[in-house]
Design a protein around this ligand. Structure first.
Ligand code: NAP
Length: 312
């Protein structure tokens, strides 16, 4: 007899019910049970998680793998006692399409000077800013994984000059690629718009700081759609205040929701988004989870998992 699957999460009850309904549609042969309703904790081999409390997962002694509904899994990786359990994160191809759309949208926002025209409107200033063609605008993407690669392709198709940086050097048609510390310096000082799509790991923590903002081109802008942990906020504010950086579009923060008293809320050169650049699509994500579970049930194969030594 199949053991039930535990749904371990601290999202709102209503959202839990919506996910459970989807799970029963896409995998009617499985029984998915919210963690607080699991009767026999020892029977659980698979946990589907969305922002779980790690201590709940630790109560499942026979857990074989954890499937995250989100792409970022740094919260689970922090709990070292879970290190022996394979962890699969959300790698829905639709997520990459959604992220690439957001990257293009906010790149165009900066490229076509929308923050400047909004500011001019407030002051009733009728003034044309110099026009720059897309091919004259360099967009540097930090992180060339699933989301970064698709974003690079989308920006290329829109006519931008695209550069990319990753841990291991990539070969992508039409994209100038970089790796390592020197590569970071190179991409930062050549990009008019820097897009962060790195995961939150010990080596990306505060990677964008006083020194690296200083390496960015004067007048460049930042889009942070990866994780808040990569940006040191005081250094960002200093770089914007000094005029070295023009604008920052921020979707992710060290603390979310962004606290009311955070200076970024009211900074004239900052656009705040409430972590919306690439939401998980429940329909396609639940199907991906169902496919992974089906494959596990038939062959015992655990889907591609996070490399804990790298933290992503
Ligand atoms: P991924 O496929 O794992 O790719 C990560 C990329 O970052 C890879 O290219 C990797 O290099 C590079 N990288 C990691 N550590 C690095 C380092 N220390 N130095 C240089 N490059 C490094 O991840 P993904 O699916 O593209 O997702 C990226 C992140 O986006 C997620 O971790 C999540 O935090 C964030 N995200 C945000 C939202 C949102 O709504 N804002 C939604 C989904 C995801 P290699 O290629 O060499 O391994």
């Amino acid at each position: 007899m199949k053991q039930p699957i535990a749904f371990v999460t601290n999202i709102e009850r209503e959202e839990v019910d919506q996910w459970l309904e989807l799970f029963s549609e896409v995998m009617p042969e499985e029984e998915s049970v919210p963690f607080d309703q699991v009767t026999d904790l020892t029977a659980i081999e698979i946990a589907i998680v969305a922002n779980p409390r790690p201590e709940d997962l630790l109560k499942l002694p026979n857990l074989k793998w954890i499937q995250s509904l989100w792409a970022g899994v740094e919260g689970i990786l922090k709990e070292k006692s879970l290190d022996h359990i394979p962890l699969a994160r959300m790698t829905d191809p639709n997520l990459a399409v959604t992220m690439a759309e957001a990257v293009l949208a906010w790149t165009l926002y900066l490229h076509r000077d929308m923050p400047k025209y909004a500011e001019q409107q407030q002051a009733r200033i009728w003034k044309q800013q110099p026009f720059v063609r897309a091919e004259e605008r360099s967009v540097g993407i930090l992180g060339l994984g699933k989301l970064g690669l698709r974003s690079a392709e989308t920006l290329l198709a829109a006519g931008f000059k695209v550069l990319g940086w990753s841990r291991s050097l990539k070969n992508i048609d039409g994209v100038e690629t970089f790796a390592g510390d020197k590569g970071l310096n190179n991409i930062l000082n050549q990009s008019d718009i820097v897009v962060n799509l790195l995961p939150h790991t010990p080596s990306t923590w505060n990677l964008l700081n006083e020194e690296t903002f200083g390496q960015m081109k004067a007048g460049a802008s930042l889009i942070n759609f990866g994780r808040g942990a990569t940006v040191e906020p005081n250094s960002l504010i200093a770089a914007l205040d000094s005029g070295h950086l023009k604008h920052a579009v921020l979707d992710v923060f060290k603390k979310e929701p962004l606290p009311d008293d955070n200076a970024l809320w009211v900074h004239p050169k900052v656009t705040i988004l409430p972590h919306i650049s690439a939401p998980t699509d429940p329909k396609t994500a639940s199907q991906l989870v169902a496919d992974n579970i089906k494959s596990y049930r038939s062959s015992g194969t655990i889907p591609t998992v996070v490399d804990r030594s790298l933290g992503y």
